[in-house]
Design a protein around this ligand. Structure first.
Ligand code: KIV
Ligand code: ZN
Length: 405
């Protein structure tokens, strides 16, 4: 779906390739970014923030190649980040040229602490820059998103003024970041309600939220934001990102899926409506998580909600007994909903090529016949030495043997 104004559908803006990649050690090369972007399109995200075109030649190339290969008319909107500086905006516009639906996401800080120590500018100066740079971005693309960085620690009255001017200058999405992950969920919800009630032209834009997990509250904050009018969520696969990471896509999407009758009324729908709240193909979640983990080298903790190794494992006798009688006793979602085969195939030396190919597919790897043959030989050699070949073994076999394109 196009990232147009949407009242009863929540847009998923994936920033794995921009904010996600900003975490130490998660650097991706251009081909790896392209592989992830293709998988994000299969997952059904509405917007891919492909990078920060001005940041480096590699980032520029990644945004450009993703715009070319994934930014088709039926595909997602492709976005580049840009500071509220002409050179950044120009670079973003240039890199996004091949995209059918390009978006420039420009930002400037609005909290007093950032204004005084980082930007060394007055509130009036920042107000003028925000307005001018949104208008400048608008001269290249129609779809402009504006973020007042550190919005959560900004003076609300000043924030309302900046947002009003950004919308008047043409911003179609106003994104509200909790840059340092400081807010509690009810405060964050109140902030979004304040924006809805106090920015006079707010109905001309989609309200988006962006948040970090310093206190482990990003997803909870976003869910309160949805209840108060936010209709775009900025998130990353496995919650990777600066410091403690960003809000996690899989947690948000599955919370909105499992609890849709709770959230439906906030989107103006009847409680019993079964229309999905997001456009995400949930069966693609698990393989996307594995792909991002293996290419970034960022491990997923075993007890991570939704995609951790133990998320669908039952250990205690009481739980197992309950599960055998009725799965719903201890299960709020079916593993198959996220694309996980709940009868987990254990791969060993007796396993055949089909089981091997199927498991690789679940992990997000689509190999050619030739690549599969090479990887299968390595797998058999390893299976002779080990009782069980784990997913991690499979990922390293593929990473060693096959070039990701
Ligand atoms: O955390 C943040 O404030 C950001 C902005 C650039 C949106 O990543
Ligand atoms: Zn961020």
């Amino acid at each position: 779906m196009n990232a147009s104004k949407s009242d009863d559908r929540i847009l998923i803006f994936d920033t794995t390739l921009r904010d996600g990649e900003q975490c130490p050690g998660a650097t991706l090369n251009v081909d790896e970014k392209l592989t992830i972007a293709r998988q994000l399109a299969r997952l059904g995200v509405d917007i891919i923030e492909a990078g920060f075109a001005f940041a480096s030649p590699g980032d520029f190339e990644a945004v450009q190649k993703i715009a070319q290969a994934v930014g088709t008319p039926e595909g997602p909107t492709i976005c580049s980040l840009a500071r509220a500086i002409p050179a950044d905006i120009k670079a973003a516009a240039e890199a996004l040229k091949p995209a059918a639906k390009p978006r420039i996401h420009t930002f400037i800080s609005t909290s007093d602490i950032h204004l005084e120590y980082q930007l060394k500018k007055s509130r009036a100066e920042v107000l003028a820059i925000a307005e001018e740079m949104v208008a400048y971005a608008k001269s290249f693309v129609d779809d402009v998103e504006f973020s007042p960085m550190d919005a959560a620690r900004s003076d609300p009255e000043y924030l309302y003024q900046v947002l009003e001017r950004a919308i008047a200058a043409g911003a179609k999405t106003i994104n509200i970041p909790d840059t340092v992950g400081y807010m509690t969920p009810s405060e964050f919800g109140d902030m979004i309600r304040g924006i809805k009630e106090n920015v006079p032209n707010v109905d001309q834009a989609i309200i988006s939220v962006h948040g970090h997990n310093d206190l482990g509250l990003a997803v909870a904050c976003f869910l309160e934001a949805v209840k108060n009018g936010a209709r775009q969520l900025e998130c990353t696969i496995n919650g990777i990102g600066e410091r403690a990471g960003n809000a996690s896509l899989e947690e948000l999407v599955m919370a909105l899926h499992v609890r849709r009758s709770y959230f439906n009324p906030y989107l103006g729908r009847p409680v019993e409506s079964e229309t999905p709240l997001t456009g995400i193909h949930t069966q693609e979640i698990y393989k996307t998580s594995r792909l991002v983990s293996s290419l970034t080298g960022m491990l997923v903790q075993p007890n991570k909600a939704i995609v951790g190794a133990n998320a669908f494992a039952h250990e205690s006798g009481i739980h197992q007994d309950g599960m055998l009688k009725n799965r719903q006793t201890y299960e709020i979602m079916d593993a198959k909903t996220i694309g996980l085969n709940d009868t987990l195939l254990v791969l060993g030396k007796h396993s055949g090529r089909n089981a091997f190919r199927s498991r690789l597919g679940e992990l997000g790897f689509e190999l050619t016949d030739q690549e599969l043959n090479k990887a299968f030989v390595r797998f058999k050699e390893l299976a002779d030495k080990k009782k069980e070949v784990t997913d991690r073994d499979l990922e390293s076999i593929v990473n060693d043997e096959v070039q990701h394109v």
